[in-house]
Design a protein around this ligand. Structure first.
Ligand code: NAD
Length: 261
C-alpha cells in the first residue's frame, strides 16, 4: 500500500476491462478517486464503478472516445467537477488487429494509430495543461508494450504506435522534468485480458506464446497494475522517462537461453 495515494484523483482510460480495470481496482484499494471512460457499454461501466467502490475507492464513468480531443477534455472536467482536482493520468486504452502490412487498409492503420498513439498524446496534453495551469507536480503513465521494441509481423501499425508511445513519453518526460511532472511507460508482455481472449482460448496458441516467456507463464493484469501503483506513488519519485517491462523476461532474447547462439 502507498499511503500518499489515499484521496488522490486519477483518470484511467480503458478501465472497463483488462489491464485498465485491474489498475482501477488496485488504485481503488489505495483509496483513490477515479474517472474512467467507456465507449458504448454504459451498463458495464456502471458495474465497474460499483467494483471500484467495493474495493475502497470512488469512481465516475464518462462516455469518451480517447481519440477525440473534446472527449478527452471531458475527462479532465469530470475529474475536477466530481473530485476537485487531478493528480495522475494513465493512458491505458488501446487496440490491435492482425493483418499483413501489404493488405492493411489505410483505415486500419489510422484507427490503431488514433487510439494507441494519438490517444496517448491527447491524454498527455490534457493532463499537462491541467498540471501547468494549477502548478501541480503531475504524474503521467502511458501503456506501451513489449512491441515498442520487439518487431511484430502482421501488427506493424500496433508496433509503430507503441514504439511511438515510448519515444513520445521520453520526449515529454524531458520537456517537463523541470516542472516536476513525471512521465513513464509500462510495457506489458503477454497478459491474460480480453484483447488476447480468442488467442489464448486456443491451446496451441497459448502454448506458443508461453514458449516466448522465460518465466514460462502468461502474466496477470494485477501484475501490471502493481507496477502502475508504484509508478503512481511517491516511492518512484525520482523515476521519469523510463519504461518498465512487465513481461516475465520476454524482452531478454529467450532463444539465447542456456548459452545458445
Ligand atoms: P482490452 O481490450 O482488454 O482493453 C482495452 C480497453 O481500451 C477497453 O476498456 C476498451 O474499451 C478501451 N478502448 C479501446 N479503444 C478505445 C477508444 N477509442 N476510446 C476509449 N477507450 C477505448 O486490452 P488490454 O489487454 O487490457 O490492454 C490495455 C493496454 O495494454 C492497451 O494499450 C494494450 O495495447 C496494452 N498491452 C496489452 C497487452 C496484453 O497482453 N494484454 C500486452 C502489451 C500491451
Amino acid at each position: 500500500m502507498y499511503s500518499d495515494l489515499n484521496g488522490k484523483v486519477a483518470v484511467v482510460t480503458g478501465a472497463s476491462k483488462g489491464i485498465g480495470q485491474a489498475i482501477a481496482i488496485r488504485l481503488a484499494k489505495e483509496h483513490m478517486k477515479l474517472v474512467f471512460n467507456y465507449n458504448s457499454d454504459a451498463k458495464g461501466a456502471q458495474k465497474a464503478v460499483e467494483l471500484i467502490k467495493d474495493n475502497g475507492g470512488d469512481a465516475v464513468a464518462v462516455q469518451a472516445d480517447i481519440s477525440s480531443e473534446s472527449d478527452v477534455k471531458d475527462l479532465v472536467e469530470a475529474a475536477v467537477s466530481n473530485f476537485g482536482e487531478l493528480d495522475l493520468w494513465i493512458n491505458n486504452a488501446g487496440m490491435e488487429n492482425k493483418v499483413h502490412t501489404h493488405e492493411m487498409a489505410l483505415e486500419d492503420w489510422q484507427k490503431v494509430i488514433a487510439v494507441n498513439l494519438t490517444g496517448a498524446f491527447l491524454g498527455t496534453k490534457a493532463a499537462l495543461n491541467y498540471f501547468l495551469d494549477n502548478s501541480r507536480h503531475g504524474n503521467i503513465i502511458n501503456m506501451s508494450s513489449v512491441h515498442d521494441t520487439i518487431p511484430w509481423p502482421t501488427f506493424s501499425h500496433y508496433a509503430a504506435s507503441k514504439g511511438g508511445v515510448k519515444m513520445f513519453s521520453e520526449t515529454v518526460a524531458l520537456e517537463y522534468a523541470k516542472k516536476n511532472i513525471r512521465v513513464n511507460c509500462i510495457a506489458p508482455g503477454a497478459i491474460n485480458t480480453p484483447i488476447n481472449a480468442e488467442k489464448f482460448a486456443d491451446p496451441e496458441q497459448y502454448e506458443q506464446t508461453t514458449k516466448l516467456v522465460p518465466m514460462d507463464r502468461i502474466g496477470k493484469p494485477s501484475e501490471v497494475a502493481a507496477v502502475a501503483a508504484w509508478l503512481a506513488s511517491n516511492e518512484s519519485s525520482y523515476v521519469t522517462g523510463d519504461t518498465i517491462y512487465v513481461d516475465g523476461g520476454m524482452t531478454l532474447y529467450p532463444e539465447f537461453e542456456e548459452g545458445k547462439g
